[in-house]
Ligand binder design. Structure first.
Ligand SMILES: [Zn+2]
Length: 266
């Protein structure tokens, strides 16, 4: 009898573990789609035509999720480190720039120029361009998820266990999905709701380098680490404190993505 109970407990534990977000490694589907949708607002006529020639009927919003869908195919395992860059805590801007210059692992910072180069190259095949465009849309989104520029020792917050409205989760997942889903907006509603950059914001975000974009994500990430500790019970107050940071990240991700694509087809 005792053994049966024990077995039952083991079975329940296995089922629970199977449902934990073990490999949460990107804005969730909605976050990526918001970035893709915002970018779509700002494409030039030339860029919009080029994107349509490459993606066909697939919108930028929907193309954004492909790099996460393919994670279930081990053939694409080589892409897994491209979704983020682990940056040590406590660096100033110069330190972050130096770190980015010297990090040899394929990461979200050093792979974006490779995607741009494939799209610019007239020798690239249609398939190569399609893959590069989908990856570019996705990775510019990931770069703006603050916990994708986070620390290696806790796997970008995946090992900082917290609760979200009573549900056990981790800090990385809160930023990938929980905060966004809490807003209860579709990706089109969300993109429209946040698409109000000031002139100054638009000008700055359009001209920032990729390095500066990473540094801004890193600053947001440091603020998140400072204000969130393991075992914190996150709920209404956390949303109140961070929803503006979240929305700004999504908006500038979309605007910068449009600038990159407009630049390719200028
Ligand atoms: Zn990703």
């Amino acid at each position: 009898m005792k053994l049966t109970n024990k077995l039952k407990k083991v079975c329940i534990a296995i089922v629970l573990v199977a449902y934990l977000p073990l490999n949460a490694a990107a804005w969730g589907q909605t976050g990526h789609r918001i970035v893709g949708q915002v970018a779509d607002y700002y494409l030039t006529v030339k860029a919009r035509k080029a994107v349509k020639d490459i993606l066909g009927a697939e919108s930028m919003a929907m193309a954004s999720n492909w790099p996460d869908f393919i994670k279930s195919d081990t053939y694409y395992n080589y892409l897994s480190s491209w979704h983020y860059v682990n940056i040590p805590g406590g660096l100033d801007q110069k330190g972050v720039f130096q770190f980015l210059d010297n990090d040899n692992q394929g990461n979200v910072y050093n792979k974006i120029p490779e995607m741009i180069a494939i799209l610019k190259n007239k020798q690239s095949t249609a398939d190569q361009k399609k893959m590069a465009m989908r990856l570019l849309i996705h990775f510019v989104g990931d770069l703006h998820e603050p916990m994708h520029t986070a620390r290696k020792e806790d796997l970008g917050g995946n090992k900082v266990y917290v609760s979200w409205f009573g549900q056990k989760t981790n800090l990385h997942h809160v930023w990938d999905e929980s905060l966004i889903e809490y807003q209860q907006l579709s990706y089109t509603e969300y993109a429209a709701a946040i698409n109000h950059p000031t002139k100054a914001q638009f000008n700055k975000w359009s001209h920032d380098s990729l390095k500066e974009s990473v540094y801004e994500s890193y600053l947001a990430c440091n603020k998140i680490y400072d204000m969130t500790k393991a075992d914190d019970k996150l709920s209404y107050r956390y949303n109140f404190d961070f929803v503006d940071t979240l929305n700004e990240a999504l908006l500038k991700g979309g605007i910068r993505l449009a600038q990159i694509i407009n630049g390719i087809y200028a």
